[in-house]
Design a binder for this molecule. Structure first.
Ligand SMILES: Cc1cc2nc3c(=O)[nH]c(=O)nc-3n(C[C@H](O)[C@H](O)[C@H](O)COP(=O)(O)OP(=O)(O)OC[C@H]3O[C@@H](n4cnc5c(N)ncnc54)[C@H](O)[C@@H]3O)c2cc1C
Length: 375
């Protein structure tokens, strides 16, 4: 076990207070409306939550990846859709901070972590997110830039972003490109309905003879796959944290209910079957917690995304599993009330399911883990 710094403990307290005050009373309503209002998004940004892991010299709070994990966990305990936005800081912003030119860092990072602009990262295609090598979207050099054609699916913030970090084929390699909203040929397709994370925009994007300038390449032309691997490795920390938060939130609801619900003249927390479920949930959460905190702490200690390949894949998969397992048990403890929307567990269960494909499926996480174990 490792200890949290005073700063990290304070962050946890601050985000918990914010979540209870600002998110808890509105969670059901926000889910029904299917969007995170600008005013709430601004509050997340004003608290510095979009730039927790971004270095200070790039305008972030420089608190590190473990701090970002803690903040994501705390938001997700109450409202996972809001927590999903923090992935922007740990994913696309990480890519720009580590691979972008000085001009790109200046142009894109500060507006995104201040909440003034939104950014998405677009890799997945209809032909299969797990098999990115078969991707069809292509950028062909033309004149002083590129012409892009292709289609992306399941893009978080795709419909609401000002900037898109797009992965496209360039010859027999791939490259990331900045494509800005309003660029002719950059078309937002349909919003893709999701079973959970209902306030998060997940959309299709279409690129049709979309012309961009040569300097819109992130890093070097042809460096797309190595950048994608690093970026998704780091983004997986958010998904693990979301899972831990969902599990913690579901546990709290079940524990409170077990103490209050009277059957046979006493609280159901006195029933051994309920106690066993609570004990199992507690064990699952605590076992997951340290696996999920570890890769963020390792990055903060100077390890690279390459060094945390295995622990980040494991944290992501464990996060999805613990969220689903604990939420399901919580629903059982509440009996019929467990599946009623007002008890929030049905929503958390749906949100938990979204974590399985996000940033790569759990089967792909096992393949990554096994690759590292066997190398
Ligand atoms: C909420 C949400 C947000 C997302 N946001 C983004 C985003 O912002 N940007 C983005 O680019 N993408 C995003 N995605 C897409 C996500 O990355 C993909 O869904 C994921 O990579 C899986 O791709 P797929 O859905 O095409 O499934 P497929 O790749 O078609 O997989 C189907 C099944 O085959 C299995 N499978 C595939 N390959 C193997 C193998 N080699 N061995 C064993 N089993 C295998 C998978 O595990 C899965 O069970 C998001 C998805 C969700 C749900």
């Amino acid at each position: 076990m490792f200890e949290f710094t005073k700063e990290q403990e304070m962050l946890r307290g601050m985000v918990r207070e914010f979540s209870e005050k600002e998110l808890a009373p509105r969670a059901l309503d926000l889910d029904k409306k299917g969007e995170l209002p600008a005013e709430l998004f601004k509050k997340l940004a004003d608290l510095g939550l979009l730039g927790i892991s971004t270095p200070k010299n790039l305008g972030g709070s420089g608190m590190g990846h473990l701090a970002a994990t803690i903040a994501t966990e705390e938001l997700a305990r109450v409202y996972p859709s809001a927590a999903f936005f923090l992935e922007v800081g740990t994913g696309p912003v990480y890519a720009i901070a580590n691979f972008g030119s000085a001009g790109q860092k200046k142009k894109y990072i500060a507006p995104v972590i201040s909440g003034a602009k939104k950014m998405c990262i677009a890799a997945t295609e209809p032909s299969g997110g797990s098999d990115l090598a078969t991707m069809q979207t292509e950028a062909v050099a033309a004149g002083d830039g590129y012409v892009i054609n292709g289609r992306k699916v399941y893009i978080t913030n795709g419909g609401v972003s000002d900037y898109c970090l797009l992965l496209a084929k360039t010859g027999d390699r791939a490259s990331f490109f900045f494509v800005e909203k309003g660029t002719p040929g950059f078309i937002v397709g349909r919003r893709q309905e999701q079973m959970g994370l209902r306030a998060v925009d997940v959309s299709e994007l279409v690129f049709s003879d979309c012309k961009i300038q040569k300097d819109a390449v992130l890093g070097k032309e042809g460096a797309g796959f190595p950048i994608a691997i690093s970026t998704f490795t780091v983004a997986r920390l958010s998904i693990g944290a979301l899972g831990l938060g969902i599990a913690g939130g579901a546990f709290d609801i079940a524990l409170k209910y077990a103490k209050e619900r009277i059957l046979y003249g006493k609280p159901i927390s006195k029933l051994q079957a309920v106690q066993f479920m609570l004990a199992e949930m507690d064990t699952e959460i605590e076992a997951a917690r340290w696996l999920i905190y570890y890769p963020g702490a390792a990055l903060d200690r100077g390890m690279t995304p390459r060094d945390i390949t295995k622990s980040s894949a494991r944290a992501k998969a464990v996060g999805a599993e613990v969220a689903l397992s604990v939420t399901r048990k919580a629903i059982e403890i509440l009996g019929g009330y467990g599946v009623s929307p007002e008890y929030h567990l049905a929503r958390l269960l749906n949100d938990a399911m979204e974590l399985f494909p996000a940033t790569g499926t759990n089967q792909i996480m096992k393949i990554i883990q096994a690759g590292e174990i066997l190398k």
